[in-house]
Design a protein around this ligand. Structure first.
Ligand code: ATP
Length: 233
Protein backbone atom coordinates (compact mmCIF):
# COMPACT_ATOMS: atom_id res chain seq x y z
CA UNK A 1 0.00 0.00 0.00
CA UNK A 2 1.41 3.39 -0.94
CA UNK A 3 1.78 6.09 1.71
CA UNK A 4 -0.43 9.12 1.21
CA UNK A 5 0.24 11.19 4.32
CA UNK A 6 3.41 11.01 6.33
CA UNK A 7 4.52 13.09 9.29
CA UNK A 8 8.07 12.79 10.60
CA UNK A 9 9.20 14.28 13.90
CA UNK A 10 6.31 16.72 13.77
CA UNK A 11 6.45 19.27 16.57
CA UNK A 12 4.05 22.08 17.47
CA UNK A 13 4.13 25.00 19.86
CA UNK A 14 1.66 27.50 21.31
CA UNK A 15 4.11 30.26 22.14
CA UNK A 16 6.59 28.64 24.52
CA UNK A 17 4.31 25.70 25.26
CA UNK A 18 5.24 22.58 23.30
CA UNK A 19 2.11 20.58 22.37
CA UNK A 20 3.61 17.96 20.01
CA UNK A 21 6.94 16.20 20.54
CA UNK A 22 7.98 14.50 17.31
CA UNK A 23 4.89 12.79 15.91
CA UNK A 24 5.42 10.06 13.28
CA UNK A 25 2.17 9.10 11.56
CA UNK A 26 1.55 7.37 8.25
CA UNK A 27 -1.71 6.99 6.38
CA UNK A 28 -1.86 4.69 3.38
CA UNK A 29 -4.09 5.08 0.34
CA UNK A 30 -7.57 3.74 1.06
CA UNK A 31 -6.83 3.31 4.74
CA UNK A 32 -8.95 4.42 7.71
CA UNK A 33 -6.69 5.55 10.54
CA UNK A 34 -8.11 6.44 13.96
CA UNK A 35 -6.53 8.98 16.27
CA UNK A 36 -7.44 8.51 19.91
CA UNK A 37 -6.29 10.02 23.18
CA UNK A 38 -7.57 11.87 26.20
CA UNK A 39 -8.50 15.57 26.21
CA UNK A 40 -5.39 17.66 25.68
CA UNK A 41 -3.34 14.77 24.23
CA UNK A 42 -2.67 16.79 21.07
CA UNK A 43 -5.10 15.37 18.51
CA UNK A 44 -6.50 18.74 17.41
CA UNK A 45 -3.03 20.24 17.31
CA UNK A 46 -1.92 17.37 15.06
CA UNK A 47 -4.85 18.00 12.69
CA UNK A 48 -4.16 21.75 12.65
CA UNK A 49 -0.53 21.06 11.78
CA UNK A 50 -1.45 18.75 8.91
CA UNK A 51 -4.07 21.11 7.46
CA UNK A 52 -1.87 24.20 7.73
CA UNK A 53 -3.89 26.00 10.44
CA UNK A 54 -0.70 25.74 12.48
CA UNK A 55 2.60 26.09 10.70
CA UNK A 56 4.50 22.80 10.62
CA UNK A 57 8.26 23.09 10.31
CA UNK A 58 10.72 21.90 7.67
CA UNK A 59 9.68 18.79 5.78
CA UNK A 60 7.75 17.29 8.70
CA UNK A 61 4.54 16.75 6.69
CA UNK A 62 4.43 15.05 3.30
CA UNK A 63 1.34 14.37 1.25
CA UNK A 64 1.51 12.24 -1.89
CA UNK A 65 5.30 12.38 -1.56
CA UNK A 66 5.35 16.18 -1.63
CA UNK A 67 6.31 18.39 1.32
CA UNK A 68 3.23 20.38 2.41
CA UNK A 69 4.44 21.69 5.77
CA UNK A 70 4.52 25.48 5.68
CA UNK A 71 1.84 25.78 2.99
CA UNK A 72 -1.25 27.92 3.59
CA UNK A 73 -4.46 26.02 4.46
CA UNK A 74 -6.08 26.86 1.11
CA UNK A 75 -3.15 25.38 -0.80
CA UNK A 76 -3.35 22.22 1.29
CA UNK A 77 -7.09 21.84 0.59
CA UNK A 78 -6.35 22.26 -3.12
CA UNK A 79 -3.87 19.38 -2.90
CA UNK A 80 -6.64 17.10 -1.68
CA UNK A 81 -7.02 17.22 2.09
CA UNK A 82 -10.55 17.95 3.29
CA UNK A 83 -11.58 18.42 6.88
CA UNK A 84 -14.91 17.76 8.56
CA UNK A 85 -14.53 20.16 11.48
CA UNK A 86 -15.66 19.42 14.99
CA UNK A 87 -19.08 21.01 15.48
CA UNK A 88 -20.05 20.67 11.77
CA UNK A 89 -20.12 24.43 11.08
CA UNK A 90 -22.85 24.62 8.45
CA UNK A 91 -23.90 27.94 6.99
CA UNK A 92 -27.21 28.54 8.78
CA UNK A 93 -28.89 30.66 6.11
CA UNK A 94 -28.07 28.24 3.29
CA UNK A 95 -29.97 25.12 2.26
CA UNK A 96 -28.54 21.62 2.51
CA UNK A 97 -27.78 21.69 -1.22
CA UNK A 98 -26.11 25.09 -1.06
CA UNK A 99 -24.00 23.94 1.88
CA UNK A 100 -22.91 20.90 -0.13
CA UNK A 101 -22.09 22.96 -3.22
CA UNK A 102 -19.70 25.13 -1.22
CA UNK A 103 -17.48 22.07 -0.86
CA UNK A 104 -17.05 21.80 -4.62
CA UNK A 105 -15.16 25.06 -5.00
CA UNK A 106 -11.76 23.39 -5.46
CA UNK A 107 -12.97 21.87 -8.77
CA UNK A 108 -10.92 18.73 -8.23
CA UNK A 109 -12.12 15.86 -10.42
CA UNK A 110 -13.42 12.68 -8.82
CA UNK A 111 -16.44 10.56 -7.99
CA UNK A 112 -18.10 12.98 -5.57
CA UNK A 113 -20.88 15.31 -6.65
CA UNK A 114 -24.39 16.13 -5.40
CA UNK A 115 -25.79 12.91 -6.78
CA UNK A 116 -23.19 10.59 -5.23
CA UNK A 117 -23.44 12.40 -1.88
CA UNK A 118 -27.24 11.96 -1.94
CA UNK A 119 -26.75 8.26 -2.73
CA UNK A 120 -24.42 7.98 0.26
CA UNK A 121 -26.85 9.81 2.57
CA UNK A 122 -30.38 9.53 1.08
CA UNK A 123 -31.92 11.55 3.94
CA UNK A 124 -30.14 14.63 2.58
CA UNK A 125 -31.78 14.38 -0.84
CA UNK A 126 -35.23 14.58 0.77
CA UNK A 127 -34.17 17.64 2.74
CA UNK A 128 -32.06 19.35 0.14
CA UNK A 129 -34.09 22.59 0.11
CA UNK A 130 -34.24 22.93 3.89
CA UNK A 131 -31.77 25.10 5.79
CA UNK A 132 -28.92 22.98 7.14
CA UNK A 133 -29.70 24.02 10.67
CA UNK A 134 -33.28 22.62 10.44
CA UNK A 135 -31.80 19.12 10.32
CA UNK A 136 -31.07 16.75 13.19
CA UNK A 137 -27.53 16.69 14.55
CA UNK A 138 -26.80 13.46 12.69
CA UNK A 139 -28.06 14.84 9.39
CA UNK A 140 -26.02 18.01 9.89
CA UNK A 141 -22.99 15.79 10.34
CA UNK A 142 -23.86 14.05 7.05
CA UNK A 143 -23.96 17.46 5.35
CA UNK A 144 -20.55 18.31 6.81
CA UNK A 145 -19.10 15.03 5.52
CA UNK A 146 -20.82 15.43 2.15
CA UNK A 147 -19.50 18.99 1.82
CA UNK A 148 -15.95 17.76 2.46
CA UNK A 149 -16.38 14.93 -0.06
CA UNK A 150 -17.59 17.41 -2.70
CA UNK A 151 -14.01 18.71 -2.95
CA UNK A 152 -13.00 15.21 -4.10
CA UNK A 153 -10.17 14.91 -1.60
CA UNK A 154 -7.66 12.07 -1.38
CA UNK A 155 -7.65 12.41 2.40
CA UNK A 156 -10.74 13.10 4.49
CA UNK A 157 -10.18 14.15 8.09
CA UNK A 158 -13.12 13.75 10.47
CA UNK A 159 -12.79 15.50 13.83
CA UNK A 160 -15.05 13.94 16.46
CA UNK A 161 -18.03 13.31 14.20
CA UNK A 162 -19.85 11.35 16.91
CA UNK A 163 -19.86 14.18 19.44
CA UNK A 164 -23.34 14.59 20.92
CA UNK A 165 -24.99 12.03 18.62
CA UNK A 166 -26.98 8.95 19.59
CA UNK A 167 -25.12 5.63 19.11
CA UNK A 168 -27.45 4.47 16.34
CA UNK A 169 -26.79 7.69 14.38
CA UNK A 170 -23.05 7.35 14.95
CA UNK A 171 -23.24 3.84 13.54
CA UNK A 172 -25.20 5.05 10.50
CA UNK A 173 -22.55 7.67 9.78
CA UNK A 174 -19.58 5.34 10.21
CA UNK A 175 -21.34 2.69 8.11
CA UNK A 176 -20.75 5.07 5.18
CA UNK A 177 -16.96 4.66 5.49
CA UNK A 178 -16.57 1.61 3.20
CA UNK A 179 -18.40 3.44 0.39
CA UNK A 180 -16.18 6.47 0.98
CA UNK A 181 -12.90 4.54 0.88
CA UNK A 182 -13.78 2.17 -1.96
CA UNK A 183 -12.16 4.40 -4.59
CA UNK A 184 -8.94 4.69 -2.59
CA UNK A 185 -9.79 7.75 -0.51
CA UNK A 186 -8.04 7.69 2.89
CA UNK A 187 -9.68 8.78 6.13
CA UNK A 188 -8.41 9.96 9.51
CA UNK A 189 -10.99 9.83 12.27
CA UNK A 190 -10.50 11.50 15.61
CA UNK A 191 -12.77 9.66 17.97
CA UNK A 192 -13.38 9.88 21.72
CA UNK A 193 -15.10 6.52 21.81
CA UNK A 194 -12.33 3.93 21.71
CA UNK A 195 -14.58 0.99 20.84
CA UNK A 196 -15.96 2.87 17.82
CA UNK A 197 -12.47 3.99 16.82
CA UNK A 198 -11.23 0.39 16.80
CA UNK A 199 -14.27 -0.92 14.97
CA UNK A 200 -14.15 1.52 12.07
CA UNK A 201 -10.39 1.80 11.50
CA UNK A 202 -7.65 -0.32 9.95
CA UNK A 203 -4.97 1.13 12.21
CA UNK A 204 -4.92 3.44 15.16
CA UNK A 205 -2.60 5.87 16.87
CA UNK A 206 -3.06 6.71 20.52
CA UNK A 207 -1.64 10.04 21.66
CA UNK A 208 -0.67 11.02 25.16
CA UNK A 209 0.79 14.35 26.21
CA UNK A 210 1.93 15.24 22.70
CA UNK A 211 3.48 11.88 21.86
CA UNK A 212 2.32 8.71 20.11
CA UNK A 213 1.92 6.24 22.96
CA UNK A 214 0.64 3.30 20.91
CA UNK A 215 0.16 2.39 17.28
CA UNK A 216 -0.89 -0.80 15.59
CA UNK A 217 -3.54 -2.57 13.58
CA UNK A 218 -6.87 -1.89 15.26
CA UNK A 219 -7.74 -5.59 15.34
CA UNK A 220 -4.42 -6.45 17.03
CA UNK A 221 -4.12 -3.91 19.84
CA UNK A 222 -5.54 -5.12 23.15
CA UNK A 223 -7.80 -3.35 25.59
CA UNK A 224 -4.96 -3.36 28.13
CA UNK A 225 -2.51 -1.79 25.68
CA UNK A 226 -5.01 0.96 24.90
CA UNK A 227 -5.80 1.67 28.57
CA UNK A 228 -2.11 2.04 29.28
CA UNK A 229 -1.45 4.20 26.23
CA UNK A 230 -4.52 6.35 26.82
CA UNK A 231 -4.14 7.09 30.52
CA UNK A 232 -0.50 6.24 31.06
CA UNK A 233 -1.33 3.65 33.70
P1 ATP B 1 -9.46 17.57 22.89
O1 ATP B 1 -9.94 16.18 22.77
O2 ATP B 1 -9.86 18.24 24.18
O3 ATP B 1 -9.74 18.43 21.69
P2 ATP B 1 -6.75 17.27 21.96
O4 ATP B 1 -6.17 15.90 22.07
O5 ATP B 1 -7.26 17.68 20.65
O6 ATP B 1 -7.85 17.46 23.06
P3 ATP B 1 -5.19 19.66 21.80
O7 ATP B 1 -6.37 20.54 21.71
O8 ATP B 1 -4.39 19.42 20.58
O9 ATP B 1 -5.61 18.26 22.43
O10 ATP B 1 -4.26 20.24 22.96
C1 ATP B 1 -2.92 19.80 23.17
C2 ATP B 1 -2.27 20.68 24.23
O11 ATP B 1 -2.12 22.00 23.70
C3 ATP B 1 -3.10 20.82 25.51
O12 ATP B 1 -2.19 20.84 26.60
C4 ATP B 1 -3.79 22.15 25.33
O13 ATP B 1 -4.03 22.75 26.60
C5 ATP B 1 -2.79 22.95 24.54
N1 ATP B 1 -3.46 23.94 23.66
C6 ATP B 1 -4.41 23.69 22.72
N2 ATP B 1 -4.78 24.81 22.08
C7 ATP B 1 -4.04 25.81 22.65
C8 ATP B 1 -3.97 27.22 22.44
N3 ATP B 1 -4.71 27.84 21.50
N4 ATP B 1 -3.09 27.92 23.20
C9 ATP B 1 -2.33 27.32 24.14
N5 ATP B 1 -2.35 25.98 24.37
C10 ATP B 1 -3.20 25.25 23.66
Amino acid sequence: MSTLLETRKLTAFYGDFQALFGIDVEVGAGEVVALIGANGAGKSTFLKSVTGLMKASGDSVRFGGEVISGLAPGKIVAKGIAMVPEGRRLFPSLSVEENLKIGAYTKRAGPWNLDSVYRLFPALRERRRQPGTALSGGQQQMVAIGRALMSNPSLLICDEVSLGLAPIIVKEIYDALPAITQDGLSVIVVEQDVATARRVSNRLYCMQEGRVSLTGRSCDVTHEQISKAYFGI
